[in-house]
Design a protein around this ligand. Structure first.
Ligand code: NAP
Ligand code: SF4
Length: 674
């Protein structure tokens, strides 16, 4: 008897059957741009072996002007077909199904060649688009149809026509981006002509027995977005035009509302998809912040959709579905929705991977094999670096002991999980606990390892983490000064007015922790209100007229740094704006370019500039030090002095710019080589 009867039920599409209700949603990983088709094939084949019913590739451009950036992968010429066939054959051999997403970026293309219904520049691209004439529109449709026909020839089981997230097809639908007065603009009937024509002509080109998914923007989350009546009209027209399945798109890329970040509640938008159930007779897929089998099961059991789409969870764990089938969900590496190794990489021009699974997109390069000879390995430190090294070493057949002086595993992850909006870290620590037990690793908690205790191990891995940097501010030893550790571990009372010294990842986290009472991430209604998301049936595009309505901050917080630049500049590329916006909504004052002069009972005294001018008191009851961190190397140094070799990883190696992504990657790679 399965725990997930809805999720694991097959879905009959008439001409083919999907073996369960799980779609791996499209992700732009950058893999296709490597042109290493063996590597691309292995990425998808690994997920096919893991049991997902249907996968959608990253967006493939139908032509040069539609590419997300110059050189973006696509099916531009018949020559590309053979490359894609490498992928489809490998997936089919692995028992999977795969559809190719056709993505025309329109005005979102990062290219001077970009085209759009009207010459309205997007706020997220520096290039104003060229307005298409009627022939230009016909060329775009014809190129999309050709790409679909080529996809079929390349062996794909279907295509997904990308009609959401504010891309080209979506741009025709709303008056904000479509100012045309010809047959392609004006009335809604005219504005939806392009997507409907595309689907109709794609269906004509590929025949009846080929999956055509249309990804439809169900809530635009931008001003002047579609009304719900328009969404339903479009869905019905797309069904009539021959689509097999409707997938859900949530929010345009230029929306100022987070839609997939970790602070977005789980399944935050499945209620939107549910509104469409019953309006069409083809299967409907829902998506966004569904990351575990129990969440997917509940979404389907609640009748929100016929199928669920998960994308990033398949970077975190290719075997997601197989593990759910085996009732072993606790062994699924959870996607914590951090974006740090996936979307932040994509938008930084780097290949995607995954914070919790550094093997994602590196399947052919980071290979974990059985070791020739089993070694006895000590790992000191049960933070992300130590845990990933220990698990990989154990997977290879080594006998591993972990030492940590704390009473629980997780290291700094245990602080992160206290931060409102970072609740997913609880699941990550739980996962590590399960895996350590499953791997038969000896866990010595509450144990301080010294040189003598480590003498008999074949290999010693030091992952002792970091210690807080001492900012050496006069008065910092006063009773009103706390370290971030005291605050996040909830050990010390914090006053009503707080000054935070240091505005890195931890300074921002501490600010969020101190201004928030109950986390809106745990309360969907509150979260929707906080960000101003309304019912699209009542308000166009799902934007509430009154805008964001955040809860009042529970403290008055000032966040400071010495650098004279925007605070939070170095936070995640795709999430930094969310952290900044969240704190601004809570009236956190952000001040850069300060010198810390002294702390006394009144608060923090600062000055400005090299000449230390304009002395100012930041009145505060509590001052929290978040001034960065230094490597904790005392044990590594002691081993060195005793002539005992060791490997130093994670924060103990380099503390600057440390995050769990680097720690886990380094731990995994080291253990893969021992
Ligand atoms: P950090 O990002 O290096 O920031 C340290 C802060 O302390 C900076 O604002 C810095 O700004 C200030 N600082 C440095 N030296 C100082 C000194 N001597 N006196 C006073 N202030 C000083 O370090 P962190 O905030 O501790 O975070 C550690 C790592 O964890 C980060 O690299 C981050 O990536 C990761 N993390 C990430 C997230 C996330 O959301 N992705 C969250 C938490 C932590 P000035 O030098 O300008 O004063
Ligand atoms: Fe999920 Fe973070 Fe991995 Fe991306 S990097 S797949 S968001 S855990």
């Amino acid at each position: 008897m399965t725990t997930y009867p809805h999720m694991l039920a097959p879905l009959d599409l008439g001409f083919t059957t999907l073996k369960n209700r799980v779609l791996m949603g499209s992700m732009h990983t950058g893999l296709e741009e490597t042109r290493d088709w063996n590597r691309v094939a292995e990425f998808y084949a690994a997920r096919a072996r893991g049991g997902v019913a249907l996968m959608v590739t990253g967006g493939m451009a139908p032509n040069k002007e539609g590419g997300v950036f110059p050189g973006a992968a696509g099916l531009y010429t018949p020559d590309d077909i053979a490359n894609h066939r490498v992928v489809t054959e490998r997936v089919h051999d692995a028992g999977g199904k795969i559809a190719m997403q056709i993505l025309h970026a329109g005005r979102y293309a990062y290219s001077p060649d970009c085209v759009a219904p009207s010459a309205v520049k997007s706020p997220i691209s520096p290039f104003p688009p060229k307005e298409l004439d009627a022939d230009g529109i016909e060329k775009q449709i014809s190129d999309i149809v050709t790409a679909a026909a080529r996809a079929k020839e390349a062996g794909y089981d279907g295509v997904e026509v990308m009609g959401s997230e504010g891309y080209f097809l979506n741009q025709f639908l709303v008056t904000h981006t479509n100012k045309r007065t010809d047959d392609w603009g004006g009335s809604y009937e005219n504005r939806m002509r392009l997507p409907v024509d595309v689907v109709r002509r794609v269906r004509e080109a590929v025949g009846p027995e080929f999956i055509v998914i249309y990804r439809l923007s169900m809530i635009d989350l931008v001003p002047n977005g579609s009304t719900w009546a328009e969404v339903v009209t479009l869905a019905k027209a797309i069904e009539a035009a021959g689509a097999t399945i409707l997938n859900t798109g949530i929010g345009w890329h230029e929306a100022r509302i987070p839609t997939i970040a970790t602070s977005v509640p789980r399944r935050a938008f499945t209620w939107v998809t549910k509104k469409l159930m019953g309006e069409v007779s083809i299967p409907v897929i829902t998506s966004n912040r569904i990351n575990m089998p129990d969440v997917a099961e509940a979404v389907l059991a609640d009748g929100c959709a016929d199928m669920v789409s998960m994308a990033r969870p398949f970077l975190a764990d290719p075997d997601f579905v197989a593990k759910a089938q085996a009732n072993a969900a606790a062994t699924i590496a959870p996607c914590i929705a951090c974006n740090q190794a996936c979307l932040d990489h994509t938008f930084g021009g780097k290949l995607s991977s995954c914070l919790v699974n550094p093997r994602a997109c590196y399947e052919t390069e980071l290979v974990v094999t059985k070791a020739d000879a089993a070694k006895v390995i000590a790992v000191v430190g049960a933070g992300p670096a130590g845990l990933s090294a220990a698990l990989t070493a154990a997977e290879r057949g080594h006998k591993v002991t972990i030492f940590d002086k704390a009473s629980e595993i997780g290291g700094q992850l245990n602080m992160a999980k206290q931060v409102p909006g970072k609740e997913e870290f609880w699941g990550l620590v739980d996962y590590y606990r399960t895996m350590v037990a499953e791997a038969g690793i000896t866990l010595r908690l509450g144990a301080t390892a010294d040189v003598a205790a480590l003498a008999d191990f074949d290999e010693v891995i030091i992952a002792t983490g970091v210690i807080p940097r001492d900012p050496a501010i006069p008065g910092q030893d006063g009773p009103n000064v706390l370290s971030y550790i005291d605050v996040l571990r909830g050990k010390a009372p914090v006053g009503d007015r707080v000054a935070i010294i240091g505005a890195g990842g931890i300074g921002f986290d501490v600010a969020e922790f101190l201004v928030t009472d109950d986390s809106p991430t745990e309360n969907l209604d509150e979260w929707l209100e906080e960000w101003g998301v309304g019912d699209p049936e009542e308000t166009r595009g799902g934007l509430r007229a009154e805008g964001p309505q955040p809860e009042k901050p529970v403290r008055q917080v000032t966040l400071l740094q010495r650098k004279a630049q925007k605070l939070g500049k170095n936070l995640g590329k795709t999430t930094g704006w969310i952290h900044r916006a969240a704190l601004q909504m809570k009236s956190v004052q952000m001040i850069g370019g300060v010198n810390y002069e002294r702390i006394d009972s009144e608060g923090l005294h600062v000055s400005y500039g090299e000449a230390r001018e304009n002395p100012t008191l930041i009145a505060a009851d509590t001052i929290v030090l978040c001034a960065g961190q230094l490597p904790e190397r005392s044990l590594a140094d002691a081993l060195d002095a005793a002539g005992q070799s060791c490997h130093v990883i994670g924060g103990a190696d380099v503390a600057a710019e440390l995050d769990a992504k680097r720690a886990i990657d380094q731990g995994t790679r080291l253990a893969a080589s021992l």
